[in-house]
Write a protein of this length. Structure first.
Length: 291
């Protein structure tokens, strides 16, 4: 799925979520509902997330230059990390406000709370439908989708809390729901933070087994040993590999390189490789490789 396709979809969800945020903020002020204001705060973070995601997809699509030989693919990871950290900040603000309201409960207009909650619910459901098909195409799209998914759940909680308060008059339910929303926000951000930091630290991409890849390369005919093996990614999709390979004396070393590349592409979907062929181990340092 292209970045061009992704950022068009994100553009539509930005418009929807700006409308939802305004409606929920005004509704939260008018109704006195912290849960609704919390949902508005979450939706505001959605808008920021989607705007960052929009530019993340746009910038990531730029071609490589002599100054940036990998292109701008990692910008996608940067925007995803900023989005997740913004979620953490929003969650902390909600939790602080909920604690402050424990001894300072306010009257709540349940009609406004329920009506605006419904607007948020249907708006977010529509946004989810727009992004659902492409949510796994990049970590940036996944971050945007998670924002919307958890905001949809929080809209459901707002509506349910309004009904419970109506029948029980337990206004504290509003604060409990706001805490639940904050916890959901924190939970949704942790996966993205963990994944983006792993990519920034040039970790082995998820789903790839270092040992298995090592053994596969070593199994190629005429390959004696493999060392200085590195596997990493610059974004959430494309994996890179570099290694030194000690080989037996052969007439055409290109055949070995072609064999390794075909194997890596077929079995591990690794298409970007740098393979150095050697007759002896030229590395001075000890490399982490399986035996």
């Amino acid at each position: 799925m292209t970045h061009e396709h992704n950022h068009k979809k994100i553009g539509w969800t930005i418009i929807l979520n700006i409308a939802i945020t305004i409606a929920e903020y005004v509704g939260g002020i008018m109704s006195g509902s912290l849960a609704l204001l919390s949902d508005a705060g979450h939706n505001f973070s959605d808008v920021l997330s989607l705007i960052l995601g929009y530019f993340g997809e746009k910038v990531s699509a730029k071609k490589a230059t002599k100054k940036h030989s990998f292109g701008f693919k990692r910008f996608e990871i940067l925007t995803a990390l900023i989005n997740a950290l913004a979620l953490v900040a929003i969650a902390i603000i909600i939790l602080i406000e909920a604690i402050n309201r424990i001894n300072n409960t306010q009257q709540i207009s349940l009609g406004i709370m329920l009506g605006v909650g419904a607007i948020g619910l249907f708006g977010n459901l529509f946004s989810i439908m727009i992004l659902n098909k492409d949510k796994e195409s990049s970590v940036n799209m996944k971050a945007a989708y998670l924002h919307l998914f958890y905001d949809t759940l929080s809209s459901v909680f707002v509506m349910v809390s309004a009904v419970i308060i109506y029948f029980t008059n337990y206004v504290i339910i509003d604060m409990i729901v706001s805490v639940i929303i904050a916890v959901m926000i924190l939970y949704s951000s942790m996966e993205i933070i963990k994944k983006t930091i792993h990519i920034f630290m040039q970790g082995v991409p998820d789903g790839m087994d270092f040992d298995k890849i090592y053994r596969a390369i070593k199994s190629i005919k005429s390959v004696k040993t493999v060392h200085d093996l590195h596997i990493w990614s610059v974004d959430s999709n494309e994996a890179f590999l570099s290694c030194h390979v000690c080989i037996e004396k052969v007439k055409n070393s290109d055949d070995i390189i072609n064999g390794i590349n075909k194997l890596l592409l077929k079995d591990f979907n690794i298409s970007h490789t740098t393979i150095q062929l050697e007759n002896n181990n030229l590395c001075k340092e000890k490399a982490i490789c399986s035996k």
